[in-house]
Ligand binder design. Structure first.
Ligand code: R5P
Length: 286
């Protein structure tokens, strides 16, 4: 097999390559003046299983088309199989018609990947696990939870003084799992209540080490609202923990200025130096 990287998250691909003791195979890439993308697989992959790591993260549309162009190149040179590793699947939140006349973009992406002959998809912490069902090919839906649990266990942050808090109902199952592993308590934030006016936390966080969990920190609004609620409810220390640190716009600055003590994300999404901030820790999923 050969492992490829398309330049979006080379650190993660390098870390995976190191674990597999395999080199990262070369792709010649160029962007033309009009933003068209050129790609060429440097060495032959005829009859070879191809694996490519490409998060669909910012800029999501460019990164998706980069992946599609690579798949086309691999297909046309008779690769034995094309396997895509999408650590973060942008558009996964578009998983249903919430209003009439809306598209379901995650399904569209799945159709496009499949129709190009992709054999297998590996991804991590989809916004909803039902998105797996949009594909008729195998999907390995990996979870960051073991890496996150180890991060806390290594620091001795386990037991009943720790409370894992769901930032909303969609993460409750993951929260309960993490709490079980850490032998911690769990709680949930009601995002519909204004935490500046009333306590929006169900469960006991007072005097505890609170770990607020979400799948994505994008604009940071959901997490910031949860931080305010958990602080108001009396937590002594607050971590914001998420798999995908999308960190759009001012998310980093806003979190840095908030009452959170640490923001812990994984490396599924690349975080450029200018977006990093003091309270940020990145754990590897390689
Ligand atoms: C929502 O259902 C998700 O689980 C995240 O809470 C949300 O996508 C995070 O987005 P933002 O950081 O923009 O609030």
């Amino acid at each position: 097999y050969r492992l490829f990287d398309l330049g979006t998250n080379p650190e993660l691909t390098e870390a995976i390559a190191k674990k597999l003791k395999t080199p990262v195979a070369q792709v010649e890439m160029q962007t033309f003046a009009d933003n068209e993308i050129y790609e060429r697989i440097v060495d032959s992959v005829r009859g070879i299983d191809v694996y490519v790591v490409q998060p669909i993260s910012y800029p999501v549309n460019d990164n998706f088309i980069k992946l599609m162009i690579f798949i086309d190149a691999a297909k046309r040179t008779s690769a034995k199989s094309i396997n895509v590793i999408i650590p973060y699947l942008g558009y996964a939140r578009s998983d249903r018609k919430a209003r009439s006349r809306e598209p379901i973009v995650a399904r569209l992406l799945a159709n496009m990947l499949e129709s190009q002959g992709v054999k297998r998809v590996m991804t991590m912490d989809l916004h909803t696990s039902q998105v797996q069902g949009f594909f008729d090919i195998p999907v390995d839906h990996l979870i960051a939870m073991p890496a996150q649990a180890k991060f806390y266990e290594d620091q001795g942050l386990t037991g009943s003084d720790v409370v894992v808090v769901a930032s909303g109902p969609s993460t409750l199952k993951l929260v309960q799992k993490l709490a079980e592993v850490l032998e911690a308590q769990w709680a949930i934030v009601d995002q519909d209540r204004d935490p500046r006016v009333q306590t929006a936390v169900t469960g006991n966080v007072a005097g505890k080490y609170a770990i607020i969990l979400d799948d994505i920190i994008d604009t940071g609004d959901t997490m910031l609202k949860a931080i305010i609620a958990v602080k108001k409810a009396g937590a002594t220390t607050i971590d914001a923990l998420a798999t995908h640190g999308v960190l759009s716009g001012q998310a980093g600055e806003n979190l840095q200025a908030s009452d959170v003590d640490r923001v812990i994300v994984t490396d599924t999404v690349p975080i450029p130096a200018e977006k990093r901030f003091d309270k940020l820790t990145v754990i590897s999923t390689a």
